[in-house]
Design a protein around this ligand. Structure first.
Ligand code: AMP
Ligand code: GLY
Length: 413
């Protein structure tokens, strides 16, 4: 089977890497891809959010399966166009991807399905926003209704900052603050049935000790030794199942990856957000541990056959990923710096490319999150050591990373 992956980040590199290990895949293509992905798949030019352009490429390649990585093409209807052309696709139609594309829509689905989440108001004016902010008090949580590339959510104790963000967004969701550790749980869904992957944890803040601005994610690890063993089953029952059921009832079945961002609060598990795609960088560690061939699973989800899929099998031990970021990330990452990689032969890890490009013969930075170092081992401490050894093998002017990814969990806290 020919498989085409749409996207160009570390998440897509991880997906391509997992697909490359699947004996059912005879040809692997990525568009637009990146220099790391180019070692595993044939790259093609494409406008990723243009439904007609992606469909043309998939038809040209005779793709048996298209996997859409990022949210923007999904919200733009790329999966709709592929399905209309009779091509199997892993990724929801635009109407179902609204669960990520509109925070207000996600809240509506959760309310109708009885899914536990923060109490919220959807506001259309500054006056409405002021009432909502006063109702909940600090810390204020203010979310742009629309997709905002990770910059839509402001959590702050400062009322003026909260009001300013609300005014800048227009339509905005203001909600109750949820405390407790955050967990990312991914589920494969075929419109009716769903299978959960390993719970993972992401580190959203830029600096050590969860300081600094929010980012797309600076690192991740899986599994979570501190989480209740029945967490994934609980979330399947209280969150994923009801969401899939509600979207089916609405006539917009969800086929693809449903990402539940969760807070483990003192009052139980509550949803912080839904995403319509694999998380980045959690996917890098989750797929590192997956032993079941990935293409068959994604194909079963695309075809509505997940109920017949075998139980997933996972490698023992743990995986950690550390994101190497460019100078200036997340505000204004500097591009074009040369990257030198000197990975020791005995490394128990590898590098995934996220924001890299080739210039002349040189590998250079081309995005905020540049590389993901992935390490694994029998436990989190070993996996951390492996991931940090890999990140330290990279030389890049201005490059930086967090030093405390999975540190607390590895220490049993
Ligand atoms: P989101 O894009 O919705 O995932 O929000 C980005 C980050 O903001 C989340 O990962 C949380 O760390 C934080 N956040 C979002 N909603 C809440 C909430 N209701 N309470 C506390 N933190 C939140
Ligand atoms: N790691 C967070 C996200 O993918 O949205």
């Amino acid at each position: 089977m020919q498989v085409l992956v749409i996207g160009s980040g570390g998440r897509e590199h991880a997906i391509v890497r997992a697909l490359a290990r699947d004996p059912g895949v005879s040809g692997l293509h990525a568009a637009p891809g990146n220099p790391g992905i180019a070692n595993l798949a044939e790259l093609h030019e494409v406008k990723p959010a243009d439904p007609a352009d992606v469909t043309r490429l998939a038809e040209h390649l005779n793709a048996g399966l298209v996997v859409i990585g990022p949210e923007v093409p999904l919200v733009a209807g790329v999966a709709d166009a592929l399905r209309a052309a009779g091509i199997a696709v892993f990724g929801p139609d635009a109407a179902a991807a609204r669960i990520e594309g509109s925070k207000a829509f996600a809240k509506e689905v959760m309310t109708d399905a009885g899914i536990p989440t923060a109490r919220s108001f959807t506001c259309h004016s500054e006056a409405e926003a002021d009432v909502a902010l006063a109702t909940f008090g600090p810390p204020y949580v203010v979310k742009d209704d629309a997709l905002a590339a990770g910059k839509g959510v402001v959590v702050t104790d400062d009322l003026a900052t909260a009001r300013k963000h609300a005014a800048a967004c227009g339509k905005v969701v203001i909600e109750e603050y949820l405390d407790g550790p955050e967990v990312s749980l991914f589920a494969l869904a075929d419109g009716t049935a769903a299978i959960s992957l390993l719970p993972a944890q992401d580190f959203k803040r830029a600096r050590d000790g969860d300081q600094g601005p929010n980012t797309g994610g600076m690192g991740a690890y899986a599994p979570l030794p501190w989480a209740p063993p029945d967490l994934a089953d609980t979330v399947l029952g209280t969150v994923i199942g009801p969401a899939i059921g509600e979207l089916r009832r609405r006539g917009t079945p969800y086929r693809g990856l449903l990402y539940a961002g969760l807070a483990l609060t003192s009052k139980g598990v509550k949803v912080v957000e839904f995403n319509a795609r694999f998380g980045d960088p959690e996917t890098q560690v989750v797929l590192d541990r997956l032993a079941t061939p990935l293409a068959g699973l994604l194909q079963a989800a695309a075809a509505g056959d997940l109920a017949a899929a075998p139980a997933l099998s996972w490698l023992p031990g743990a995986a950690v990923t550390v994101v190497l970021a460019a100078e200036g990330y997340p505000e204004s990452p500097v591009k074009g710096d040369k990257i030198n990689i000197d990975l020791p032969e005995r490394a128990r890890g590898y590098l995934l490319h996220a924001g890299t490009a080739l210039r002349g013969g040189d590998l250079v930075t081309a995005g905020g999150r540049v590389l993901n170092a992935v390490g694994s081992g029998p436990d989190l401490a070993a996996a951390r050591a492996a991931a940090y050894a890999v990140v330290e093998s990279v030389e890049m002017r201005g490059g930086w990373y967090r030093h405390d990814i999975a540190e607390r969990a590895a220490a049993g806290r």
